[in-house]
Ligand binder design. Structure first.
Ligand code: SF4
Length: 622
């Protein structure tokens, strides 16, 4: 095996095009940012590189829904390479709620963007009328989107492909959720793949940006094809030997629901219960009820995506809800009508709204209604747990911001403020609604939610996977232990978060079966670098801390690293009865492990300097 001798080929390096476009929608100007190898090596790509590039242009004064916010559509060194599950893309910017925001999606948009000859596109300003971007041949065109405004996300993708006369074009776009600046509006691509979280669809809508389309076959050169081929052969054996691979192929993420019920991981009745009639929504019931076929993201042999034949309500086919959606519109609302969950999933996809935040916000309304905080007069209808038609109506109202939907569209944080409710009742961290992994079921997950850069996120710090026995990273000493005990391993939660940063920078699907050593091998084969598990962990730590520093710029302190009371109050039933993490103690340990300042919530100057972020330290500690 050999590496090519030069690190640089003309103006680019291995694994990258060396080029990021910056588009200002206010004046229509386009600039090229040259990506240097030292920056790429330090922040990898995807969300890591986006955080570094956006650090200097975003601050506390940036209005998330104003022209000054920046939105980065980024690829990574794995994008459009043969690395399986490595072709996703990332969108990043200040979230609609005013914190660090990022969202990742699969499909084929990432490879199309990289195929257009760029590593990413950063968008600022706001257009006077609706526009979309067309990225191709290392350049970008700003095109009129007046005819697309008001169209749903599937129609939008189809019309753009037709307008541009090229079926290979891939489109990431918003629906009416983003146009109406729903605080949890998503960005959709490849029909129903979602960059769902953090309301970045609303940021697009505020910029009058309906879509980004991309096409091309440009490929960044790989340092050692031979080495890459060798690792791929081995990886295939590892993947096929994993039971998780077969579970994902058979059921998608939904296959986890039955187990989640057993261990008390599926939040029920707005985080106040743990038991529900699981047989009504189990993966077996689902399979018996619907005809299902698989589909895959670009080059992925797993094909965990699923489509079902629906043939109701004027809809032929619908994407099978992911586990998160299934619980958010199922047990969380005590709704066990599978048909309605499928339909609501479809509505969220075509309107472009995040299913997790939508489900949690609606469940919050049901909870407040039951407590008498809001009534029929406020909502315009009765809210009864499990009433599936009411849930369908409310999703429509959110996307359109009609009636009470205008309040629901603010998310749980905004709802608590508008309705004058204790924020401890609002199930979010840093404005991001808590996903469907109950923090009482895995204490490491609770800590990860509280300290996550984008808020309560089950993907950037999915520590529950470690304690389920599928996420161990032996190279860093991260192993499965008692899920209710974190003594002496709070640092494992921090290290796990660091490693997950790498996935969104490379960009690699969280369902990858590669060990950390294999990830280094993939990256080294592509770039010619010499990463090992220890050094790549440092890079992940650097990325985690620069995002934290950016959040500190936005005003984040220790006060924001909190779990809302509703999600950690001990339950009286199920496998987690009586369990609650001691968040104050865990946070103290975590700050020590991270070397963060307890008073300000900032990474210490020493820590930032140790990570090669001396320039960042000078900016946040001045
Ligand atoms: S495992 Fe599923 S989500 Fe991940 S890349 Fe493959 S098809 Fe996409």
């Amino acid at each position: 095996m050999h590496m090519k001798e030069k690190m640089w080929i003309g103006e680019s390096m291995y694994g990258y095009h060396g080029k990021i476009l910056k588009v200002d929608l206010s004046d229509g100007s386009v600039k090229t940012i040259e990506l240097k190898e030292d920056l790429a090596k330090a922040f990898i790509g995807g969300s890591g590189l986006a955080a570094r590039l956006l650090f200097d242009v975003l601050d506390a004064k940036t209005n998330p829904l104003g022209p000054d916010n920046h939105l980065a559509f980024m690829t990574g060194p794995f994008t459009a390479t043969p690395v399986p599950q490595g072709s996703r893309y990332i969108v990043a910017g200040k979230s609609a709620q005013g914190f660090w925001g990022e969202a990742c999606s699969g499909g084929s948009f990432g490879p199309a963007l990289k195929g257009a000859g760029v590593d990413g596109v950063i968008i600022t300003g706001a257009a006077k009328k609706p526009v979309y971007l067309f990225v191709h041949d290392s350049s970008v065109e700003i095109k009129d989107a007046s005819h697309l405004w008001g169209k749903d996300t599937i129609e939008t993708q189809e019309i753009i492909k037709k307008d541009l006369g090229e079926r290979r074009i891939r489109v990431a776009c918003i629906g009416i959720g983003g146009e109406n600046k729903v605080k949890y509006a998503s960005i959709m691509n490849d029909e129903s793949r979602a960059a769902g979280r953090c309301g970045l669809g609303a940021v697009m809508g505020a910029k009058n940006l309906k879509a980004v389309a991309a096409v091309g076959d440009a490929r960044a050169e790989i340092a050692s094809e031979e080495m890459l081929r060798g690792i791929l052969d081995f990886y295939k054996l590892v993947m096929e030997a994993s039971p998780f691979y077969h579970l994902l192929r058979e059921y998608g993420t939904y296959g986890y629901l039955d187990m989640a019920f057993e261990i008390g991981d599926a939040p029920t009745r707005y985080f106040t219960r743990a038991l529900f009639p699981v047989e009504k929504v189990s993966s077996a019931t689902f399979k018996d009820t619907y005809m299902v076929r698989n589909y895959a993201c670009y080059g992925c042999p797993v094909a965990c995506g699923k489509v079902v034949e629906y043939n109701k309500r004027g809809v032929k086919e619908i994407d099978t809800p992911e586990y998160e959606t299934m619980v958010a519109f199922g047990p969380l609302l005590e709704n066990y009508d599978l048909d309605s969950i499928l339909y609501v999933n479809h509505l969220c996809n075509i309107y472009g709204i995040d299913t997790i935040s939508a489900g949690v916000s609606i469940a919050f309304a049901f909870y407040l209604y039951e407590k008498g905080v809001i009534g029929k007069k406020d909502v315009g209808m009765k809210l009864e747990w499990g009433n599936s038609e009411t849930i369908v109506k409310l999703v429509e109202m959110v996307a359109k911001r009609s009636g009470f939907g205008n309040i629901l569209a603010e998310g749980t944080k905004g709802m608590a403020e508008l309705l004058n409710v204790d924020p401890g009742e609002a199930a979010n961290v840093k404005g991001l609604e808590i996903p469907m992994h109950d923090p009482r079921a895995f204490f490491g997950q609770a800590l990860s939610y509280a300290t996550g850069n984008r808020g309560a996120c089950h993907l950037r710090g999915d520590f529950y996977q470690v304690d389920l026995g599928v996420g161990a990273i032996p190279e860093l000493g991260i192993i499965q232990m008692d899920r209710f005990v974190l003594d002496g391993r709070v640092d494992a939660v921090a290290k796990y978060q660091d490693v997950r940063e790498l996935y969104d920078s490379l960009i690699l699907c969280k369902f990858s079966f590669a060990t950390l050593s294999m990830i280094c091998d993939f990256l080294n084969a592509i770039t010619g670098w010499d990463y090992n598990p220890e050094s790549i962990h440092k890079t992940g730590e650097r990325i985690f801390n620069i995002k934290r520093a950016l959040n500190n710029k936005f005003g984040v302190t220790r006060e924001h690293d909190k779990m809302p009371r509703i999600a950690i109050a001990p339950l009286e039933e199920g496998a987690t009865a009586g369990k609650t993490p001691n968040m104050e103690e865990l946070l103290k340990e975590y700050y020590k492990a991270r070397k963060w300042d307890w008073e300000t919530g900032k990474p210490t100057k020493e820590k930032l300097e140790e990570l090669g972020l001396g320039d960042i330290a000078a900016k946040i500690w001045k």
